[in-house]
Design a binder for this molecule. Structure first.
Ligand code: ADP
Ligand code: MG
Length: 729
């Protein structure tokens, strides 16, 4: 490496692992110490308030004003003891991430003395100007007020000097402007519908929970190198950069030894997680160099999702202490794997059984088949909507490429469940079913573990895979708020379960026995949703063709995929389940189109700037140096000799000219396309235009920039290269 580049790269890298200040004691001792959890509540709340709050948290009962006051008082005392001076309502706007506005506890009493104040009403609700948060233009400014309201089912916590209170965020007329509100509603709906179905098997079931276990993938890069890449800083991904000669082809990074500096970062991060009650469990290298994963123990979906959002914020803070930058973008680097956030989803009876685990008795197994059937039915009916919930400008780089789930939603079942379902399909009459006895029809599934060892490789290509006792939705992007997909899954499954129950009830009222009725309807659902089941290679071209023939959604343009928020089946689904109304869905579609456009717009601008003030000046100055050299060769040697000696330089000069011209041409086209797109008012049309005309030119220009990178003198190249960014030492 040339001296200049060497010092640039070396200066940027803090080679030594940072020391980590781990607290005294074991993780189990400090786990949740920054959370207003049961232990602290018991200490800071009067016992009546404590049990009333527990009841609200567990049974979702209505919260009274006096309870809010008691809780606010205790919560404030606790937060002050933790060193907090401020509080904030912490919510999840549709832009992604979380939002907070800090207020100090400081107030003056009637004598003008400073006091710390925090009341039940401040805890429960806050009014704010919502107009600066995206709302898809569905509210006019006179209604710009937004309200955040306390979610008592997710505990408050202290970060640095601030008490954070998880809240929902709704508009003046109650429409949700966030991810949490519909998620909470979907959790209630699927609980209600699943409980009703569970009662066919066990009348004592009271509540069903939906669970989420996310796996967060991310890249780490040296902060100093990151700062020298305007594209990473402004867009989160590299808009240019030739592939490194070595990247992931040796497959030596996955599960490999974790570099020391990264281990120090992970330990620090885990410590922060544990203090905040995030049950971080697994850490490992991912497939690409510089790529890693963190996964917790699964929790109820609302809490798990809050924890994921909190984690994403923590990651950036902790990384900076270690001179790293965390890249959460789905595709920071071309040519190597991108990052996803697998969402492991399941339903379970309160305090007990997982509804996607086959059991020991035939009754358990019939219940298992029923819930599987309803889920398949839901994913089949709403496959296009599910794809919409994971579609974004950033995740688009992952989907459809040969390294991530394809842009078609299908369900992987694995051989054993697939065999079971085809047996069910063939067995119409209850005589051959014998759900009461273990013999007859084999509903007992003792060999499940075997199946998953067999198929782990193949099911990597499936966007929605059954993995033994849960479904793993793998198409979700690493920056996503998981609530988007979980809300859709919960609601769709709730709808199928309601229908399932109604149809079983009709058979029962006609004198059919309960097991036979359940079996008949489960079979019906399995048969009618068969098209969603695909265990083959999801990356293959044949699958794209076949999926289309099966009637699955194969659209790959993000703006068009987003149309599914406004399709009839989506509106019917969310309205009939009471999770979102048409306006709320419209809001989402508009915000997502707008976000799509803005992301591409920013990328296009950054690309234009970088080309004009980094790439082209560097390439032409190198070209000028070569020209100078050739000129001198010609003055010294005769024509033939000069041609011979200068041949390589001449051809480089020509190549550089060609690549510069091509780069300029695509940048010009990109700028022209942007001008046309920018005057379109309609967000959908604008996003489509950006997708069809601007985005491709960014990639086209890149192709020639990357060619220039390969031939231009290394010393002159101002941007850190892939080989420098990717291999952490
Ligand atoms: P893998 O990489 O093999 O898919 P991981 O251990 O990395 O597995 O992550 C699996 C995730 O699934 C973890 O968060 C785990 O807690 C979660 N999980 C396990 N069982 C369930 C379940 N029944 N419901 C939801 N999530 C679950
Ligand atoms: Mg996984």
């Amino acid at each position: 490496m040339s001296r200049l580049r060497f010092s640039m790269v070396e200066n940027a890298i803090a080679r030594k692992a940072q020391p980590v200040d781990l607290p005294d004691g074991r993780p189990t001792e400090y786990f949740g110490s920054a959370v207003f959890n049961k232990k602290t509540m018991q200490k800071y709340l009067p016992s009546a308030a404590y049990s009333e709050l527990l009841d609200t948290m567990n049974n979702h009962t209505q919260l009274t004003r006096s309870l809010a006051d008691s809780v606010a008082y205790g919560m404030k005392q606790w937060a002050i003891d933790m060193g907090a001076t401020h509080y904030t309502h912490w919510f999840q706007p549709l832009t992604g991430g979380t939002a907070e506005k800090h207020d100090a506890f400081l107030e003056f009493n009637s004598e003008g003395l400073p006091i710390e104040q925090f009341s039940g009403s401040l805890l429960s609700q806050q009014e704010g100007d919502a107009s600066s948060f995206p709302n898809g233009g569905t509210r006019s400014t006179f209604e710009a007020r937004g309200y955040s309201a306390w979610d008592p089912t997710s505990p408050a916590f202290v970060v640095e000097d601030t008490l954070c209170i998880p809240t929902i965020f709704v508009s003046y007329n109650g429409d949700s402007l966030d991810f949490k509100t519909p998620l909470l509603k979907s959790i209630e709906q699927v609980s209600r519908a699943a409980t009703a179905v569970c009662k066919f098997f066990d009348p004592t079931v009271k509540r069903v929970n939906s669970f989420l276990g996310w796996e967060q993938e991310y890249f780490l890069v040296d902060e100093g190198l990151w700062a020298a890449r305007p594209d990473l800083v402004l867009t989160g991904r590299t808009l240019m950069g030739h592939e490194s000669s070595k990247n992931q082809q040796l497959e030596d990074h996955y599960f490999g030894a974790i570099p020391q500096r990264v281990v120090a970062f992970m330990r620090d991060l885990e410590f922060e997680c544990w203090r905040l009650g995030i049950p971080a469990k697994t850490r490992h290298n991912e497939v690409a160099p510089g790529q890693f994963e963190i996964a917790p123990i699964f929790e109820n979906a609302n809490l798990a999702n809050d924890h994921n959002l909190l984690l994403m914020t923590l990651m950036s803070k902790v990384a900076s202490k270690h001179n790293f930058k965390v890249l959460l973008h789905e595709k920071p680097f071309k040519g190597i794997n991108g990052s996803g956030k697998h969402c492991n989803w399941s339903l379970g009876i309160d305090g007990g059984k997982n509804l996607f685990s086959p059991g020991k008795t035939d009754k358990d197994n019939l219940r298992f088949v029923s819930f599987m059937a309803a889920t398949l039915d839901a994913v089949f009916k709403h496959n296009a909507l599910l794809k919409a919930t994971i579609a974004s400008a950033t995740n688009a780089h992952r989907l459809g490429a040969n390294e991530a789930p394809p842009a078609i939603i299908s369900v992987f079942l694995g051989r054993q469940i697939a065999d079971l379902f085809s047996a069910i399909e063939k067995s119409e009459t209850e005589e051959t079913v014998h759900v009461e006895g273990k013999s007859g029809f084999r509903l007992s599934l003792q060999h499940i573990p075997e199946l998953f060892i067999d198929n782990t490789d193949r099911n990597r290509t499936s966007p929605f895979a059954f993995t033994g006792n849960r479904f793993e939705f793998r198409a979700v992007g690493s920056t996503a708020n998981c609530a988007g997909v979980i809300t859709a899954i919960n609601t769709a499954v709730a709808q199928s379960l309601v229908e399932f129950k109604n149809e079983v009830d009709i058979l029962i009222s006609n004198g059919v026995s309960t097991p036979k009725a359940v079996y008949t309807i489960a079979r019906k659902f399995i048969v009618r949703s068969k098209a969603i089941h695909f265990d083959g290679n999801g990356y293959s071209d044949e699958w794209k063709k076949e999926a289309k023939e099966r009637g699955l959604d194969v659209e790959s343009s993000v703006p068009l995929i987003l149309d599914n928020y406004m399709s009839k089946s989506t509106i019917d689904l969310f309205e009939s389940m009471g999770v979102m109304n048409r306006t709320e869905l419209q809001t989402r579609a508009e915000v997502y189109w707008e976000t799509y456009t803005k992301k591409i717009q920013i990328e296009a601008r950054v690309m234009g700037d970088l080309v004009m003030n980094h790439i082209l000046p560097v390439a032409s100055s190198y070209q000028a140096e070569l020209l100078d050299k050739v000129f001198k060769i010609r003055t010294i040697f005769d024509q033939d000799k000069a041609a011979e000696i200068g041949e390589r330089d001449m051809s480089l000069i020509e190549k550089i000219s060609k690549h510069i011209a091509a780069t300029r041409m695509h940048v010009d086209k990109m700028v022209a396309a942007r001008r046309v797109a920018n005057i379109i008012d309609n967000e959908r049309e604008k996003a489509i235009k950006y997708h069809d005309t601007v985005a491709p030119e960014i990639e086209n220009a890149r192709e020639f920039v990357d060619k220039l990178e390969l031939i231009v003198d290394n010393e002159r190249w101002t941007l850190p290269k892939y080989r420098e960014l990717l291999f952490l030492r």
